[in-house]
Design a protein around this ligand. Structure first.
Ligand SMILES: [Zn+2]
Length: 316
C-alpha cells in the first residue's frame, strides 16, 4: 500500500522542527530541537528528529526547508547565514543516514508552496510570500510553480536597497528593505523615535526603563496594541515601508496574491490596512490596474514544514 505521509523539517537559525504531514497538509505529529552550531551536530539533530517521528509513523520521504541558498539541483545548500553549511551536499547526506528519499527547498519557497496548496494563496497563478520576522524572506510562485531563479537564489527581497545611504545592514549594504520592515526594524525605529520625542511614549518607556537595548520588535508591537502613541508611530513607519517594498515587488512580479507571513504578521491588524493604503498609492499606474490581494498567512509557523513535506510527497 502506498504510504501517504511524509516528514517536513523546518531548519532555522534557532530551531529544527520536524513534522509528519498527510496529503491534506495536516501536521499529525512534531518533534523539535534547538539548532546546533556545527555541521555534524546539525545533521545529527535533523536525523534524530526525523528518526523519532519515523519510529511512530510510516513515512515515505523527507523534505528539508532551509533558511539559506539551495543549489538549482536542490541537493546541496550553497550558503546559509545562520547555519553551518557551506556548499554542502545536505540532501544526500541526510538521505544516506535515514534511508529515505530527501528533497531540499528554501524555507520561504516551501512556505509559499504550502500556502498555495492549502492556505492563503490557494488558486493564485502568481503569488508572492513575504515572511517578516528578524529580517524578510521572500517566496514566489509563477504559474503555480515555485520560482527559484537561474541559480536558486530568487527572490531575495529583504536586501533590496530601498533607501540609498540608509541604515547599515549586516549584508554589507545600506538601506535594505528589511532594515525598515522587520521585527528588528521596528525596534530600531522605536529607539530613534524615543530619542527624538522624549516623554512621548508611556507603555514602551516603562517596559524598557530607558535601556534601548531592551527594545524589541515584540515589545513595540505589544505597546502599540496597548495604545502607546510612539509604538504606534513606529508601527506606522513599518506599514509605510511594507507598502513601499510591496509596490516595488509588484512592479516586478505583478502578483495576484501577496501573503504576509512570519512572526511580525501576528500583529497584522496594527499595520496591514495602512500598508495596503500606501501600496495602492505607490504602485506604478495606481488606479488603472488590478491590485494584488494582500492577506496574512493561514498556516502560520507550520508553512515551511508542510511545504517541504508536500514537495517531498510530490516527488515520490
Ligand atoms: Zn541587506
Amino acid at each position: 500500500m502506498r504510504v501517504e505521509t511524509t516528514i517536513g523539517v523546518d531548519i532555522g537559525g534557532t530551531s529544527v522542527r520536524a513534522g509528519v504531514v498527510d496529503r491534506y497538509g495536516t501536521v499529525l505529529d512534531t518533534a523539535r530541537a534547538p539548532t546546533p552550531t556545527g555541521e555534524a551536530a546539525l545533521e545529527e539533530a535533523i536525523a534524530t528528529a526525523v528518526g523519532t517521528l519515523a519510529a511512530r509513523h510510516r513515512v515515505s520521504a523527507v523534505g528539508l526547508a532551509v533558511a539559506g541558498f539551495v543549489a538549482t539541483d536542490r541537493r546541496s545548500v550553497m550558503f546559509a547565514p545562520h547555519l553551518a553549511w557551506r556548499e554542502t551536499p545536505v540532501a544526500d547526506r541526510i538521505s544516506e543516514r535515514l534511508g529515505l528519499p530527501v528533497v531540499l527547498e528554501h524555507d520561504a519557497n516551501a512556505a509559499v508552496f504550502a500556502e498555495h496548496r492549502f492556505g492563503a494563496a490557494r488558486g493564485a497563478g502568481v503569488a508572492l510570500l513575504v515572511a517578516i520576522g528578524t529580517g524578510i524572506g521572500g517566496g514566489l510562485l509563477l504559474d503555480g510553480k515555485v520560482f527559484r531563479g537561474a541559480y536558486g537564489v530568487a527572490p531575495e527581497l529583504g536586501h533590496l536597497s530601498l533607501v540609498p545611504g540608509g541604515r547599515p545592514c549586516p549584508c554589507g549594504k545600506n538601506g535594505c528593505w528589511e532594515r525598515y520592515c522587520s521585527g528588528t526594524a521596528l525596534a530600531t525605529t522605536a529607539v530613534e523615535l524615543l530619542a527624538r520625542h522624549p516623554g512621548r511614549s508611556t507603555v514602551l518607556d516603562r517596559e524598557v526603563a530607558g535601556d534601548k537595548r531592551a527594545v524589541t520588535g515584540r515589545k513595540v508591537a505589544a505597546a502599540a496594541k496597548d495604545g502607546d502613541p510612539l509604538a504606534q508611530l513606529a508601527m506606522g513607519e513599518l506599514a509605510t515601508w511594507l507598502g513601499e517594498g510591496l509596490a516595488l515587488a509588484a512592479d516586478i512580479y505583478d502578483p495576484e496574491i501577496v501573503v504576509i507571513a512570519g512572526g511580525v504578521s501576528e500583529s497584522a491588524t496594527l499595520f496591514l490596512d495602512d500598508a495596503r493604503e500606501h501600496y495602492k498609492k505607490r504602485i506604478t499606474g495606481a488606479g488603472y490596474r488590478p491590485l494584488a490581494r494582500i492577506r496574512t498567512a493561514q498556516l502560520g509557523d507550520d508553512a515551511a514544514l508542510v511545504g517541504a513535506a508536500t514537495l517531498a510527497a510530490d516527488q515520490r
